[in-house]
Design a protein around this ligand. Structure first.
Ligand SMILES: Cc1ncc(COP(=O)(O)O)c(C=O)c1O
Length: 392
C-alpha cells in the first residue's frame, strides 16, 4: 500500500508517527482481530504512540517495581485541575469521587446504586453497543429513546420514555453518552440543562458516561454534566482512556453531584480496590501533563474529519456523513448504497476494511457503519478507496 506513514514526525501530530508495519506488530484487539490484508478502522483504539508524560510515568513505576495496590487522591486531583483549565469547571469535588476499574464497570456500579433488578435504563440509540450488554448483565432493562434525525438528543422522545420507565413508580436511570458514541454529537449546556430538568421532573437518575470528554474539536468546548445547574443528584464516569489511548492501563473515576454523594458512598470497597495502580498512574500523568499531546491529537482529528468528508463527497457521495464535534468516531449512513442492514459486512468482505456494524448500536443502526478516524490521514484515504472499490 503506497503513501502510508513511515514513522516520520509530522509537526507532533500523534496520528502520523507510526508506520503501518509498526502498527501491525501490535497485539491488541484492533490489530489482531483480522488478517493482515484487512485495514482495521473498527474498535476504539488510536494509532498513536503513548503520550510522552504517560510513558515516562509508567516506565518509572515499572523501573521502581511500583506495581502494588492503589491508594491516594492524585488521580481525582489531576482530573479536577484538568476540568478547571480545559472546561472552566472549578467545582469538581475530589471528596465526591470514587475509583473505578474502568468506565463500563463504573457505569454498572452507578446504575446499581440508583436502580433495582428489572428496573429500566434509558439509552439514546444508536449508541455504544456495550451499553446494552453491560446493562443486561447487571439485570436491568434497556429502554431506547432514539436520537433525532439531526443526531441530537430528542427531548420530546426522552420525556415519553422517562414516563414509560417510571411506570408503576419503579426506579429508573438514564445512561447519557456525553459526548455521544457513535455520532460524535457534543451536547450543549442548554441540552444538558433540559435533560436535568426532565430527569428531575420524572424522578429519573442520570448516569453520564463522559469517557470521550477530552476529545472535542479544537473550536468546541465540552460541558461536564455535573457542571450544569439542576444536576445535583447526577453521577458521571470520567477517564483518560479514550483521550490518551489507555485502554490497556485501565482506570476511571465515578463522580457524584452533592445530592448523590450518599449514593456514591455506598460503592463497595471491593470495587474501587480492584482499580489498577499502574492504570491510575497513567490516568494521573495524562490529565496532569498530557495537555500539549492532546492538543496535537485534536488538531490531527480535526484534519481527519475534514479529510473524510472530502473523500466521501468525491468517491462515495451516496454515503451521508455529518461530522460531529467530538470523539474520533465517524457515523456513516450508507442506506442509499443499497447494501442492506449491515454494510460493514460488504466493506469487509469485498473491500478488506473493518468497520463497526451499525446494527450493533441498537435501533437506528441498520444501514450504517462506524469508522475510527484516529489513524493516519493516509490510512483514512486508503480505507475510503477500498470502500469505494467494494461498491463499484
Ligand atoms: C462511551 C464509551 N464508554 C465506555 C467505553 C469503554 O471504557 P472502558 O474501557 O474504560 O470500560 C468506551 C470505549 O470505547 C466508550 O466509547
Amino acid at each position: 500500500m503506497g503513501g502510508v506513514p513511515q514513522g516520520s514526525r509530522d509537526g507532533g501530530n500523534p496520528l502520523r508517527q507510526l508506520s503501518l508495519d509498526q502498527l501491525r506488530r501490535r497485539t491488541s484487539h484492533k490489530w489482531r482481530e483480522y488478517p493482515d490484508d484487512v485495514l482495521p478502522l473498527f474498535v476504539a483504539e488510536m494509532d498513536v504512540p503513548l503520550a510522552e508524560p504517560v510513558a515516562r510515568a509508567i516506565t518509572a513505576a515499572v523501573a521502581l517495581g511500583d506495581t502494588g495496590y492503589v491508594v491516594g487522591e492524585a488521580f481525582p486531583r489531576a482530573l479536577a485541575e484538568f476540568a478547571r483549565t480545559r472546561w472552566g469547571w472549578d467545582e469538581l469535588a475530589v471528596d465526591r469521587t470514587v475509583l473505578m476499574p474502568d468506565v463500563m464497570h463504573g457505569v454498572v456500579e452507578a446504575v446499581r446504586l440508583v436502580t433495582g433488578p428489572g428496573d429500566a435504563v434509558v439509552v439514546n440509540c444508536p449508541v455504544y453497543p456495550p451499553f446494552y450488554t453491560f446493562v443486561a448483565h447487571a439485570g436491568r432493562r434497556i429502554l431506547e429513546a432514539p436520537l433525532g434525525a439531526d443526531l441530537r438528543l430528542d427531548l420530546d422522545r426522552l420525556r415519553d420514555v422517562f414516563r414509560q420507565a417510571r411506570a408503576g413508580g419503579r426506579a429508573a436511570a438514564y445512561l447519557l453518552c456525553s459526548p455521544h458514541n457513535p455520532t460524535g454529537t457534543l451536547h450543549t449546556a442548554d441540552e444538558l440543562a433540559a435533560v436535568a430538568e426532565l430527569a428531575g421532573r420524572y424522578g429519573v437518575r442520570v448516569v453520564a458516561d463522559e469517557i470521550h470528554a477530552p476529545v472535542v474539536a479544537r473550536d468546541a468546548r465540552f460541558v461536564p454534566y455535573l457542571s450544569v445547574p439542576g444536576t445535583e443528584d447526577g453521577l458521571s464516569l470520567m477517564s483518560a482512556s479514550k483521550g490518551w489511548n489507555l485502554a490497556a492501563l485501565r482506570g476511571a473515576l465515578a463522580l457524584a453531584g452533592p445530592a448523590a454523594a450518599a449514593d456514591l458512598a455506598r460503592v463497595p470497597f471491593e470495587v474501587s480496590e480492584s482499580t489498577s495502580h499502574l492504570g491510575v498512574i497513567a490516568q494521573t500523568a495524562a490529565y496532569r501533563d498530557g495537555g500539549p499531546w492532546l492538543d496535537a491529537l485534536l488538531s490531527g482529528l480535526d484534519d481527519n474529519r475534514r479529510l473524510l468528508a472530502e473523500l466521501l463527497a468525491e468517491h462515495l457521495p451516496a454515503i451521508r456523513y455529518r461530522p460531529g464535534q467530538a470523539t474520533y468516531l465517524a457515523w456513516l449512513d450508507c442506506r442509499a448504497l443499497g447494501l442492506g442492514d449491515d454494510p460493514a459486512a460488504v466493506f469487509l468482505d469485498r473491500g478488506r476494511v473493518a468497520l463497526n456494524p451499525g446494527p450493533t448500536f441498537g435501533t437506528g443502526g441498520a444501514g450504517h457503519v462506524r469508522l475510527n478516524l484516529a489513524t493516519a490521514p493516509e490510512i483514512v484515504t486508503e480505507a475510503v478507496r477500498r470502500m469505494a472499490a467494494a461498491v463499484t
